[in-house]
Design a protein around this ligand. Sequence first.
Ligand code: SF4
Length: 334
Amino acid sequence: MDNREKLLEIKDLKKHFKIDRSNVLKAVDGISFDIFKGETFGLVGESGCGKSTAGRTIMRLYEATAGEVNFHGENVHAKKSKKELKQFNQRMQMIFQDPYASLNPRMTVKDIIAEGIDIHGLVNTKKERTERVNQLLETVGLNTEHGNRYPHEFSGGQRQRIGIARALAVNPDFIVADEPISALDVSIQAQVVNLLKRLQKEHGLTYLFIAHDLSMVKHISDRVGVMYLGSMAEIATSDELYAEPLHPYTQALLSAIPLADPEVERSRERIIVEGDVPSPINPPSGCRFRTRCPFATDICAQAVPEFKEHKKGHWVACHLYDEKYKDNFPAAQK
Ligand code: SF4
């Protein structure tokens, strides 16, 4: 039995968008996973796989079509009163991919950071407000004099620090970081990741860290979930996922990451996934990955693979690992 404290429990979460009378885009189509207190859960997949929609639905920026998001044991999507939602908003914050687009260009940095402090009435005087903002600026590695400037006066990395200070201002427990380093130069990415790690330790934060490639989440995540076309393909601890990926999609994502050693890089076998992600309006029958999977057989078009625990803490949705279907894959017995 796992005795880690669950901060979030996501159960069969769905977010569908109605396109027109007959078409529904199933951006998130029944994902389930837990996030433990104090951990970083990395959520990875190609663009269009539903990872950002999942993050926003968990935060209740989108209403869920079905399913539950239990935060400290309470279903976020069942909350109705404004007061309850406000309390909840304070405890869950978000950091966005594009730090410039997410900062109001007409507001000073000090007012951007203090917005949440004001909304939630976290200080009593102007002096306290200034002190709190200055403290947050220093916490994220900026100077207090930066508070009087406007977002356009900062570099991408500094703007992301402002976004982090804004999220931190209301003392949240949980932060959804939606591709927070994708828009930054490689040299700056490590600095922002290190800052997030330090803040996690100092403030006891729990993160959902969304990224489009596995190399980005490797150093920050304790566990990683891989999404494909609105569903969860695999979940494991970060170390195990990198050492022993089970799902063919995860294997392909990993083999696309170049290795530092040119010898090993030249000699390794790559799993190439061809083609684009199919439309989530009309996903393939059975396993959603079957149109791009090098191991697909007839059964993959007929039956939806169950998301099963292959070994402790390592979950995968693929018929290759299902006893029931082992005869369907004579060439790939595991
Ligand atoms: Fe590939 Fe079939 Fe496994 Fe899907 S169920 S990932 S198509 S082998």
